[in-house]
Design a protein around this ligand. Structure first.
Ligand SMILES: [Zn+2]
Length: 350
């Protein structure tokens, strides 16, 4: 069962590696710095796109230093080494790799959360055990800004919406200390732009040149929701991602741009039991009684494992985004599953 660091490294480089490893091949051993002393970071699709002169960017509602984006540009033997306070002494953390080294430093658009790792927290930020905080006192946002003209940094939705893509060649936006809030909480946290808004702005900034562009867009909170057995939240995040894909496909010319959509791994969610159409037939709720279920109504969405409880389902509470769908084996966080994931694509390589 893979996880995001190994899966992303494999997707972008074409080589298998071990769990928790970012950017190194399968000789790398998790947490063992000596295992990579003689290894180079593997080249990825980001390097190849930049070699072709393409403008490149990355958008996420997690963090630009989180595994899925980090594997584009970074290399570490533990995906958690996002900032210096989480990495061993002498190891360059992922935030510094992004700002200082190619190909990370050549990204023209970087949008996401995780400003703690960049040493640029805002007064309102709540720093918990998951959020990085720099101990070296550096402000990597200022360092990033100083590297080229027509560079902009934005930290909230208002500043983000005011960015003129025609006047901006490099755009860094960090909208949360850690990852974004779930879509269902966006109204309460309106300082964060939506994923479709970020994707659209990224396409505008990147598509100005004549050599084409490469853009990676991650909807990272689908995974976070499944880990907590929040099936409704996972579906809400998936709907927002669907909207993001539609928006991007509408903005590009599929005669010369290829769009690839996939997942890095699956989750332990099962969809089982028949629902009727109409207001009662909500996939988040209970099935119709049938001979298979001996006339009972059963939860349609269930998890093989995670923090959800077995016997708390009723038709009233199951569509609430806070409801944890039932899990067979109790775990504090649901585990990834090992089934194949689909890959969809539309368009052309120009
Ligand atoms: Zn996960």
């Amino acid at each position: 069962m893979t996880e995001s660091a190994a899966a992303a490294t494999e997707l972008y480089s074409g080589f298998k590696t071990n769990l928790g490893i970012v950017g190194y091949n399968g000789s790398a051993i998790r947490d063992d710095v000596d295992s990579v002393r003689d290894l180079l970071r593997m080249e990825t699709i980001l390097d190849w796109a930049q070699e072709e002169g393409m403008a490149t960017g990355a958008v996420t509602n997690t963090r630009p230093t989180h595994a899925t984006i980090a594997a584009l540009y970074g290399s570490v033997v533990n995906r958690k080494w996002e900032c210096d306070s989480k990495a061993p002494d002498g190891v360059k953390d992922l935030a510094r790799q992004l700002v200082e080294d190619a190909p990370g430093k050549n990204l023209r658009v970087v949008l996401g959360g995780g400003r703690g790792a960049f040493g640029n927290l805002e007064p309102e930020d709540v720093v918990n055990q998951w959020a990085c905080q720099r101990k070296d006192g550096r402000n990597l946002v200022q360092e990033w800004l100083s590297k080229a003209e027509k560079s902009a940094y934005v930290k909230n939705k208002e500043e983000f919406l005011a960015v003129d893509a025609n006047e901006t060649d490099r755009l860094l936006g960090l909208f949360a200390a850690n990852s974004f809030s779930f879509v269902s909480e966006h109204l309460k946290n309106s300082s964060q732009p939506s994923l479709p808004e970020m994707a659209a702005k990224a396409v505008q900034v990147l598509s100005k040149g004549d050599k084409g562009f490469f853009l990676l867009i991650e909807s990272g909170l689908i995974d976070s929701a499944h880990h907590m057995n929040w099936a409704t939240k996972a579906l809400e995040e998936t709907l927002e991602f669907d909207e993001t894909v539609s928006k991007v496909v509408d903005m590009i010319d599929t005669k010369e741009t290829l769009v690839i959509l996939t997942s890095d791994h699956s989750h332990a969610l099962s969809i089982s039991g028949t629902t009727s159409t109409g207001p009662e037939g909500d996939i988040r709720g209970l099935s119709e009684p049938s001979t298979e279920t001996h006339g009972h109504r059963i939860p349609v969405l269930t998890y093989a494992n995670g923090p959800g409880k077995m016997n708390e389902s009723n038709s009233r509470n199951m569509t609430d985004s806070q409801f944890r769908h039932p899990s067979l084996t109790e775990l504090w966080t649901s585990a990834h599953s090992g089934e194949d994931v689909p890959i969809y694509a539309t368009g052309n390589v120009y």
